[in-house]
Design a protein around this ligand. Structure first.
Ligand SMILES: Cc1cc2nc3c(=O)[nH]c(=O)nc-3n(C[C@H](O)[C@H](O)[C@H](O)COP(=O)(O)O)c2cc1C
Length: 190
């Protein structure tokens, strides 16, 4: 069992080719529950998870994001998001989870929300479901038109977006793990 947990950590990869098949509700709820059990500073649990399912809704998120980024003069993702190939779910993933929080809800809100998302990625992988962090919504979340759309979607009005994930069954094999960078660990002698 312990070995299985470690193996799950080592074999998770960011998936960018998805099947459009839906994720069974029971699996989705397990993934979300795992996210809610992530550690957080001072047990702040500052996150709110907006779980969006279905190709039409996800296509709408992509369309609203593209429109918002095109209205933002300094958005660094202009080229990426503006490209015809861009979508928040790699064109197929059936579920998109937005992790948001009030900026003052924890002293380290970015870390808290990142752990929630990372924990959901590992839980998904354990259930045979692929995932990928999608980063382009955070910078756009205070653009007025996009904010109005997010509010309609259920993202609390006072929250900023700290991370998002696309989830779905992988199409084909996962890519190999990128090589680990050298010199990133120092074991200090006792
Ligand atoms: C903070 C963060 C932002 C990321 N943003 C994106 C993104 O916008 N799109 C994407 O395809 N992958 C994104 N990734 C996934 C990374 O590219 C990926 O984790 C990295 O290349 C290592 O590959 P692996 O996850 O398969 O180990 C992001 C990962 C992190 C942690």
């Amino acid at each position: 069992m312990r070995q299985a947990v470690l193996n799950n950590i080592l074999t998770r990869r960011s998936i960018r080719k998805f099947q459009s098949a839906p994720i069974p509700r029971e699996s989705l709820e397990k993934i979300v529950e795992a996210g809610l059990y992530a550690p957080s500073a001072r047990n702040s649990q500052p996150w709110h998870l907006t779980v969006v399912s279905g190709q039409d809704r996800l296509a709408r998120i992509t369309a609203e994001l593209k429109a918002a980024v095109s209205r933002m003069p300094d958005n660094p993702y202009k080229e990426v998001v503006g490209s015809a190939a861009y979508s928040v779910n790699y064109g197929a993933a059936p579920v998109f989870i937005i992790v948001s929080a009030a900026p003052d809800s924890s002293p380290v809100v970015v870390a808290d929300c990142s752990l929630a998302l990372g924990t959901m990625f590992l839980a998904a992988h354990a259930l045979g479901i692929g995932s990928c962090w999608i980063n382009q919504l955070g910078i756009a979340c205070d653009e007025p038109g996009f904010r109005a759309f997010l509010t309609q979607l259920g993202v609390p009005a006072q929250n900023r977006i700290y991370g998002c994930g696309a989830f779905g069954f992988a199409e084909g094999d996962a890519p190999p793990a990128p090589a680990r960078k050298e010199g990133r660990v120092t074991y200090v002698p006792e």
